[in-house]
Design a protein around this ligand. Sequence first.
Ligand code: PAF
Length: 286
Amino acid sequence: MPITTISSIAELRSTLDAARAAGRQVGAVPTMGYLHDGHASLMRAARAENDVVVATIFVNPLQFAEGEDLADYPRSIEADTELAEAAGVDILFTPSVDEMYPFGPVLTTVTVSDISSGWEGVTRPTHFAGVATVVAKLFNITGPVHGYFGEKDFQQLAVIRRMVDDLSIPVTVVGCPIIREDDGLAMSSRNVYLTADQRAAAPVLRAALDAGLAAISDGERSPDAVTAIMAAVIEDEPLAELDYVAAVDAATLETPEHLDGDTRLLIAAQVGKPRLIDNDGITIQS
Ligand code: PAF
């Protein structure tokens, strides 16, 4: 079936209500567009598990702080439509800002405390409230059984999972593995900002994660020791400026005294204009 593009909330709701009335289950893939293979993997996962797949493209002003790249966030609706169609999406929801926020500044927001405040939340203190608010709104609009998100934004995934649990939103959140370029750089719409030199330097984040994982595999259990090893890899790359590096419990995103069980290494570094983030996991058997 060819993809249908819908920009009105009312039209999307009536289309999806009719599908649900016919016993069809909806899966949603929220995105901000400028789609790449990472998004396509979410769409394919949704295609495999649902009768109707809705992908949303909305560059959400609420999750950008002043001075961030809201105005020049990359957009490419034609290429996005092709990619989404090839990945099996049935409906592309492309609302305008006025459609999503018709009353001007929103007065009702969703804040997921604690889990939003560390790591990304230090540099971007209002970001996750913007994400949680728009995702709650998109879930309310699309009424999906499953919602698909990439593990690249690992903290975002944790925030969304917690919001869904705390607010009893009837959606199963599905986290999908990071998709990488051949040299290990995690795919991201913001990679387009990298110059050729910066692009060549950017896989240093993957190298830092590998060094941290290798130290853990060799028996290191001190979070400080692991993060020092990772930081040293970034410091060797003149084009990268480390923002944070962390070795955390994968469920709570808190730093334990000793690494054990499901562990996630998180990293963020400025490489030219974009602030790149990446992460990887390891299960430590004690
Ligand atoms: O990950 C993103 O692209 C966005 O943060 C999301 C989840 C679509 C909310 O705007």
